[in-house]
Write a protein that binds this ligand. Structure first.
Ligand SMILES: Nc1ncnc2c1ncn2[C@@H]1O[C@H](COP(=O)(O)OP(=O)(O)O)[C@@H](O)[C@H]1O
Ligand SMILES: [Mg+2]
Length: 490
């Protein structure tokens, strides 16, 4: 991945502007939604109240035989149609809408007076709907006029171009055309759904934008966090709000300086290791000219120690610089090869095959507690690591086990997140507090008097473990020291 910093001028609002814009937008859309809702609600209330009032007047008009009331025309049915209506065959009355869905309602006297006496029979004929009259909360003791008002309101609630046939107390049938009261054209436009939609939409947009912005910050932080362990690009793409761009740009320039710095150090290092060869050889040649055997032997030993020391310091610095690219590798394969190399040289190193790798699974519908299951063989112990460094760290531990504990037994363990390489020796009891102090550079223990070394082996192993997101731990094993090198797997 390379820098995506281009000459293109991109609009990159600051978080402050974005938040302000969103707040204004949220306020505006909330206001719009509120006004739409309030207006529609009011208009419908007025519409239904009008229909309710008209119902009262319609009642009077029907009893008196008037020809119209409040936009409802009332026409008597012809004798033929009246006969058909009396039989309840409303769909066949002339001029009814087709197809005809008929809702029949009867309005009777209130309970205490005469329950059986019908005052008005209604047949509401609509091409689309049957009215849910059964749901109407009409108490039995309501005056008949109010019952008709409730039904008229119901007609206005469900807009449909219905025709109403009505029979009054005298038994005369009328045709009621009430388009102005209950047709769809008379109903006010309802923007409540639109208002709800606007509110939900703007809320969703704001939440998405907030989540998106915070995700950009978090993913950048995550990229930086895992960088040391698994590596990363030379520079990061600058995107998101202006503040984040500034941070990314600062990190990019910091990384660039750091890279230049490291490059310089690496150059010096390789120069030193290269140039060291010549004076060392000269020293040895000159030492060979010394006649005194004892003196020559001592000088040789000093030269060896000096060169060894410089080389181990160089090795340590190199491990700290760690320019090696991390890659996916099988830890099992790496350790097997390493142990095999020692065995070829007849050194007492063995690999103890471990139990199958077990991972924890989350609780599921079928299992109330966390489950465990083993991974298939081919997936065993894959890690993302720097192979050369990791190998160097393990070799250091094995060398120590051989030097200070006679034998080395290597084991591998892993969870889904971490992998542990154990190196155990047979050097007997050892004080764990002491050995932890020996991790510091150039520190050697009392048991090292007879062995060669510069006190950097544990330092290097611990540095490399830390570079892999883990560390070094010491335990008392069965026959000697057990050193655990832990690394993060991915
Ligand atoms: N497996 C071990 N058993 C006992 N002592 C150990 C073991 N590994 C390391 N040590 C002690 O830790 C010291 C530091 O180890 P290290 O950093 O590898 O340096 P070096 O091996 O060059 O002395 C050693 O000198 C030794 O005293
Ligand atoms: Mg060592």
């Amino acid at each position: 991945m390379s820098s995506a910093w281009t000459a293109k001028v991109r609009l990159s609002p600051t978080l402050r502007t974005t938040v302000m814009l969103w707040t204004v937008a949220a306020f505006a859309s909330g206001l719009l939604a509120g006004v739409l809702w309030y207006e529609s609600h009011g208009a419908w209330k007025r519409h239904l109240a009008g229909a309710f009032a008209t119902g009262f007047r319609l009642f009077a008009a029907l009893q008196d035989g008037q020809s119209s009331v409040d936009g409802i025309t009332i026409k008597a049915l012809g004798p033929a149609d009246a006969a058909i209506a009396d039989k309840g065959n409303f769909a066949s009355v002339s001029g009814v809408p087709q197809p005809s869905l008929v809702t029949v309602v009867t309005i009777r006297e209130p309970v205490p007076v005469d329950v059986s006496r019908r005052i008005i029979s209604l047949a509401i004929i609509s091409p689309e709907i049957r009215y849910p009259v059964a749901d109407l909360e009409v108490r039995e003791n309501l005056p008949p006029a109010e019952k008709l008002a409730v039904i008229t309101k119901l007609l206005a609630t469900y807009c449909s171009d219905s025709l109403v046939l009505a029979k009054n107390a005298q038994g005369n049938w009328f045709r009621l055309q009430g388009g102005a009261v209950w047709s769809c054209a008379a109903a006010p436009r309802d923007f409540r759904l639109v208002a709800a939609f606007i509110a939900v939409l703007s809320l969703a947009a704001i939440l998405t934008s907030v989540a998106d912005t915070s995700q950009k910050f978090r993913s950048f932080a995550e990229a930086l966090r895992s960088r040391r362990r698994v590596g990363g690009p030379d520079s990061y793409v600058e995107h998101g709000p202006a503040e984040l761009r500034e941070i990314v740009s600062a990190v990019n320039s910091y990384m660039e300086k750091e890279r230049a710095h490291l490059f310089k150090r690496a150059e010096v290092l390789s120069g030193v290791s290269h140039d060291l060869g010549a004076p060392a050889t000269r020293l040895r040649l000159r030492a060979a000219l010394i006649v005194d055997d004892e003196l020559r032997r001592r000088l040789d030993a000093d030269i060896d120690q000096m060169i060894g020391m410089i080389e181990s310091v160089l090795a340590f610095t190199r491990s700290e610089l760690s320019d090696e690219e991390p890659r996916r590798l099988s830890l099992t394969a790496l350790i097997e090869a390493l142990v095999a190399d020692y065995q070829d040289l007849d050194r007492p190193v063995e690999l103890e095959t471990h139990q199958p790798e077990v991972i924890e699974t989350a609780a599921s519908v079928f299992m109330s507690s966390k489950g465990h299951r083993t991974l298939p063989d081919e997936r065993r112990l894959l890690v993302i690591a720097r192979p050369m460094s990791l190998q160097r760290a393990i070799v250091n531990l094995v060398e120590n086990a051989l030097k200070y504990g006679r034998r080395a037994t290597v084991r591998l363990n892993a969870t889904s997140a971490m992998a542990t390489i154990e190196v155990e020796d047979e050097g007997g009891r050892i004080c764990l507090g002491d050995i932890e102090k020996l991790v510091a550079p150039f520190q050697r223990g009392r048991n090292s008097v007879m062995t060669e070394g510069f006190g950097l082996g544990l330092t290097i192993a611990s540095t490399i473990a830390e570079q892999h997101g883990g560390g070094l731990q010491f335990e008392q094993g069965d026959k000697g020291l057990r050193v655990k090198l832990t690394i993060q797997r991915g």
